[in-house]
Design a binder for this molecule. Structure first.
Ligand SMILES: Cc1ncc(COP(=O)(O)O)c(C=O)c1O
Length: 395
């Protein structure tokens, strides 16, 4: 009997498997009853689990427990930060209608920004990034000099999800402080991969999500300073200090907190191990396909340890993805599909790449279950797959 080929999962930036500690913490509460808002003993027990989880997350990420607002994930936390801060800042001063951000943000940031522009009259300015996908601090300074009085918020991601480039957040925060403008950061890809400390970072709001750190799907948090005074998006039972109504998902929050605690505790060991594997992957791919181009910041301090992102000239990324998938190797193009038509990645276009270059790219992302065998399997398969994708493109 032939055995099915092993799956080589190289898409941890999309979602990563739950860690056993999170499965245990979550399953321990699945059969328990109790609404965390109820006053009886079962409700109080559920509330205790939520508050202990809040403390665990606060301790791991350097914030106060009262600064943790649980959400349904990264998308909701980004929407809450952007819309909530825009509305509350504009209510305080009607001139504050501008949001400064970058063109390489995740759609969970870009789409609410476009919505705020269309529906609420917000003025959105997407600042330039360089060829490695790093925000131009000079562009931010220029925008603040020109329009700080009208600026409600700056939103710059901690690390890019496609090309892995870390953003100059310290410089963003220092400049923003000079002009008195609050900063939100989407740290979905950063938590557990690089050191993240909310208080030390100086940001006012920070997004994270469970399923990228070994926790469950559908749960995340916005860490937010109380002074930012967000306007609520969801109205109802007044949970999460009236900022985010909705019955609290106790088991998911327990699993999320266990995952965050472990990911932060193991971050430096993880970064060293996974970073070394990623470097082997980059070397192996570039020797199998010498004209492949590594996108994003060079490996090292400026880049997420698990990220490798390449353009393969004269290849369609989608065809290459399907050829690799047929060999059991799973990765991502990073670009979205609109009505079945592959779209070039907005991140690569913002980095000054052509549409053809953007369409020829693939992201390989490693995580806590990745092994040297995964890297070897990709390195063995990539050359022949690129050749086939190229000859398919020429037909
Ligand atoms: C940078 C970034 N922000 C936000 C999100 C959305 O998070 P969620 O899937 O929890 O809604 C993702 C997920 O891919 C992401 O990579």
């Amino acid at each position: 009997m032939t055995r099915a080929p092993r799956t080589v999962y190289l898409d941890h930036a999309a979602t990563t498997p739950m860690v056993p500690a999170a499965v245990e913490a979550m399953s321990a509460h699945l059969l328990e009853v109790g609404n965390a808002s109820s006053l009886h003993a079962s409700g109080r027990r559920a509330r205790r689990v939520v508050e202990e989880s809040r403390e665990t997350i606060a301790q791991a990420l350097g914030c106060r427990p009262g600064e943790v607002v649980f959400t349904s994930g990264g998308t909701e936390a980004d929407n809450l930060a952007l819309k909530g801060a825009f509305w509350s800042r504009r209510a305080g001063d009607s001139r504050r209608v501008r949001i400064l951000s970058t063109g390489i943000e995740h759609h969970a940031v870009l789409d609410p920004l476009h919505w705020l522009a269309e529906v609420e009259g917000a003025q959105i300015e997407l600042l330039a990034v360089d060829r490695d996908g790093r925000l131009s601090v000079a562009a931010l300074r220029e925008a603040l000099e020109r329009s700080a009085d009208e600026t409600a918020l700056i939103s710059v991601m901690w690390a890019n999800n496609e090309v892995g480039t870390l953003q100059p957040l310290d410089e963003v925060v220092a400049l923003a402080a000079e002009y008195g403008v609050p900063v939100h950061t989407d740290a979905v890809q950063a938590v557990g991969a690089v050191p993240v400390d909310f208080a030390a970072s100086g940001v006012d709001a920070l997004t994270l999500t469970g399923h990228k750190v070994g926790g469950p799907y559908g749960v995340g948090a916005l860490l937010v300073r109380r002074e930012l005074g967000l306007t609520a998006l969801l109205h109802g039972g007044g949970q999460e200090r009236d900022v985010r109504s909705g019955t609290i998902d106790v088991p998911a929050i327990a699993g999320f907190a266990a995952a965050v605690e472990l990911a932060v505790k193991e971050q430096s060991v993880y970064a060293a191990r996974v970073g070394a594997l990623r470097d082997q992957l980059v070397t192996g791919v570039l020797s199998a396909v010498p004209d492949a181009v590594l996108n994003g910041a060079p490996s090292g301090d400026g880049r997420l340890p698990g990220n490798a992102h390449f353009s393969f000239p004269d290849c369609e990324g989608d065809s290459l993805l399907m050829l690799l998938d047929a060999q059991g190797i799973e990765c991502s193009t990073g670009s979205a599909c609109s009505a079945g038509v592959p779209q070039p990645s907005h991140v690569l276009l913002s980095m000054g790449r052509s549409e053809a270059e953007a369409r020829s790219s693939l992201r390989f992302s490693l995580g806590h279950t990745s092994t040297a065998e995964d890297v070897e399997a990709l390195v063995a398969a990539i050359g022949p797959c690129v050749e086939r994708a190229r000859s398919a493109g020429m037909r």
